[in-house]
Design a binder for this molecule. Structure first.
Ligand code: PEP
Ligand code: MG
Length: 742
């Protein structure tokens, strides 16, 4: 190891350095052959250096990934230790190397962060089995070689037109979660701590350092487990308990110590053991094992940070960051500077993940379910995130870059057109005013109110404040937020929805039993009516924030009209309380409900009679109406919300609203899709609320629409199922025929 370290430090040209490394290994292991194969972008392993094989075959001998012993090692990321190599079924003979006379074979993958970059091999004529220590030692040298390759140490050796696998462009297909296109450079959210100090001077000292760091790690896990606010119940606790188990895992600790005894520093040992483990388990599909692997990764990262602090690389100045993470919390996204982030790539993540909701509010494109993104990326790699079709392009070739440059230009032109519509009234060609409002939930959303020229906030999701916080927001925090929202709205209406938590919207600090069907479970108003403390605190904060101004409060997930009555009683109690203490009450208080549960469709008259307004939560209403889980990508797109049955249900709501002179609006995602919004207007909606970026495209549709004509067409036959043409197709026909952008 000492000699290798010296070799790395010497000023040598790359080929000489490689040649000397393989010679040194051969000498030390008393092997006749030592060779290094490097994986190229075209999935070919090329011989880069050899001691003992025909020197003329360097850069000429090649094996495909999966081919021969070397190709098998690269493909499986596992070492092969054979006393009679030619008997192995994968053995192939490369005549140019003259290797047939060698019997025993030991090959190890050259790994970095779980990726295979090449293969290091030793061979002997005699039929011998290499000892475990020898295999370990070779793996350790392979790690040094991996760092050298990653640091660009082979530059100049690679023939023109040939690229190494490390720099290979990779395209991923994920799931589009937040609209937009982001072009920039990778910032790994969990910085890969770069271990630069690989070799130890004194193994005992390093074993002690390792032991100390492990001790700290164990104590910090115990601390977290002891803190109720962090550990609580459920998932959080389960993860911490898994950490605890791994931190005490004897096998892991033994492998770490072994690597140190083989010459590595404590941190290099952590990286090596982790890289081996990741490479071996990466191809496993069992979700349980993958999850455990992630836990191990997290733990190894903590250990590395414990040993050498955070990475040196300062990326905070990047203004075109595309953050790549396995998963992250919403609050962590807010830690990045505003305007710094061009995109977000998540290995996990679903449309309803909190971080995705926040990213959407910030206008950051997101692609989720991008398997392998973290280990394939290096900080500052070029990357493109397409939040429209769900693709991610890492280290894109020029053609793809050019394609996206065009796409971005096209989008910018479109955005410009939308901006030019900003001050144009939202009125159809035949003079029907459509009230466009926006959905919001965080302070970061508020500037959009002016930018989008929305008429107000049709849905303020108050739970987002709770979801991004690590502890329960205090009454004063809530009041401060609501007050800031009303200030920013400056007289424009704001509809606050009371807490819609529980079920799938989990608050880590609020203990909740796990449920088999969380969407149908103990959530929203159900929870609020049973545990009125939370709801009363919120109502009081709202009433105080609105002091002297209009306040609109809306209840989510109402299933039975009696729930509205009970919720109203809570408001009345708060009003009495505040009145008694001399607070200025809201100038005007309007109470509404979301129509999200189909049972309400059959109590519409009673419902309308008890409220000032209603808003259709079409996301949930459609989910329950058609029995498809909105977060389950396998079924979420199976049925169409632009369909006659669902539109008939919406019509029932509009009719009931008209009968009772109660305004009806709709605030689910369909309001923000121009074609669906067009259909809603045709059906009779005059007010809809959507994510701010949708206001431009929807307005562009509105100014081109003859609402009367569409209503006629829809009344005539669109709500009748017609064989062959779906409602969506017929609406598209209409839009095309009238040059309506959708
Ligand atoms: C809905 O269900 O349509 C809605 C707007 O509420 P959320 O998306 O927050 O459930
Ligand atoms: Mg809902």
């Amino acid at each position: 190891m000492r000699r290798i370290r010296e070799l790395m430090a010497e000023r040598l040209d790359p080929q000489t350095r490689l040649d000397q490394i393989v010679r040194l290994i051969a000498q030390n292991m008393v092997a006749e052959v030592c060779s290094l194969y490097v994986l190229r972008a075209d999935a070919v392993l090329e011989l880069y250096a050899t001691e003992g094989l025909n020197p003329g075959s360097v850069h000429l001998a090649q094996l495909r990934l999966g081919e021969g012993l070397v190709g098998t090692i690269a493909a499986t990321a596992r070492p092969l230790n054979l006393s009679d190599a030619q008997k192995h079924p994968a053995f192939t003979y490369l005549p140019e190397t003259g290797e047939e006379i060698f019997n025993s074979f030991l090959g190890v993958p050259v790994l970095r962060a779980g990726r295979t970059l090449g293969v290091l091999v030793v061979q002997n004529k005699s039929a011998r089995v290499y000892r475990d220590e020898e295999s370990e030692a070779l793996e350790t040298v392979a790690m040094v070689v991996a760092e050298m390759i990653a640091a660009g140490g082979l530059e100049g050796l690679t023939r023109p037109g040939v690229a190494l696998d490390l720099t290979r462009p990779v395209s991923f297909e994920g799931v589009a979660l937040s609209e937009g296109i982001g072009i920039g450079r990778v910032v790994l959210h969990e910085p890969r701590v770069v271990v630069t100090n690989l070799f130890n001077e004194n193994a005992e000292v390093e074993v002690d350092r390792l032991g100390e760091a492990l001790g700290f790690l164990r104590v910090s896990i115990e601390d977290m487990l002891a803190r109720r606010d962090i550990a609580g119940e459920g998932e959080h606790r389960a993860v911490l308990e898994a950490y605890r188990m791994f931190a005490h895992d004897r096998g892991w600790v033994r492998r770490l110590e072994e690597a140190v005894r083989n010459g590595l520093t404590a941190e290099a040992a952590v990286e090596k053991v982790q890289s081996d483990m990741r490479a071996r388990m990466m191809h496993l599909t069992d979700p349980y094992i993958r999850e455990r692997l992630h836990d191990f990764d997290d733990l190894a990262n903590r250990l590395l940070r414990q040993l050498i602090g955070r990475g040196e690389d300062d990326l905070s100045e990047l203004t075109d960051a595309v953050v790549v993470a396995r998963q992250m919390g919403a609050a962590e996204l807010l830690d990045y500077r505003r305007g710094q982030i061009r995109g977000l790539v998540l290995e996990e993540g679903a449309a309803t993940s909190h971080v995705v909701i926040v990213a959407r509010a910030l206008g950051v494109p997101v692609v989720g379910q991008v398997k392998g993104a973290v280990s394939m990326s290096e900080n500052r790699d070029a990357i493109i995130v397409d939040g429209e079709d769900g693709s991610v392009h890492l280290r894109p070739p020029q053609e793809i870059e050019a394609l996206f440059a065009d796409k971005v230009r096209f989008r910018a032109e479109r955005q410009q057109r939308y901006r030019s519509l900003r001050d144009v009234p939202s009125r159809t060609k035949d003079g029907v005013d459509i009230h466009l409002q926006m959905n919001a939930g965080l302070l970061v959303d508020l500037p959009q109110l002016d930018e989008s020229a929305a008429e107000g906030i049709g849905l303020f999701r108050t739970e987002l404040q709770f979801m991004v916080a690590s502890t329960m927001p205090r009454a004063s925090d809530q009041e401060r937020l609501y007050s800031a929202v009303l200030d920013a709205a400056a007289g424009r209406p704001v509809t606050f929805r009371t807490l819609d938590v529980g079920g799938d919207k989990v608050l880590p600090y609020l203990s909740q039993a796990s449920e088999e069907n969380p969407a149908l479970g103990y959530r929203a108003l159900r929870l609020a009516l049973d545990r009125p403390g939370l709801m009363r605190t919120q109502l009081r904060a709202l009433l105080k924030a609105a002091s002297g101004r209009e306040l609109r409060v809306m209840f989510p997930m109402v299933t039975d009209v009696s729930e509205v009555r009970r919720a109203r009683e809570l408001i009345d109690r708060e009003l009495t309380h505040l009145g008694r203490f001399g607070y200025t009450l809201p100038r005007d208080l309007k109470i509404g409900a979301m129509i999200e549960v189909p049972a309400l469709l059959f109590q519409l008259d009673a419902l309308m009679a008890s409220l000032d307004f209603v808003s259709v939560g079409s996301n949930d209403l459609f989910q329950f109406f058609s029995a498809v889980d909105r977060g389950n990508t396998r079924v979420a797109g199976r049925f169409d919300d632009l369909s006659a049955p669902f539109f008939r249900a919406l019509k029932m709501i509009l009719d009931a609203g008209n009968r009772h002179a109660v305004p009806v609006t709709l605030c689910g995602e369909m309001a923000g899709r121009p074609l669906s919004a067009m259909a809603l207007i045709g059906l009779g909606f005059r007010s809809i609320s959507m994510a701010p970026p949708s206001i431009g495209p929807v307005k562009a549709m509105i100014v081109a629409l003859d609402a009367g004509r569409l209503t006629e067409v829809m009344d005539e036959h669109l709500l009748e199922a017609r064989p062959g043409r779906t409602l969506r197709q017929q609406l598209m026909d209409f839009a095309k025929a009238h040059a309506i952008p959708y």
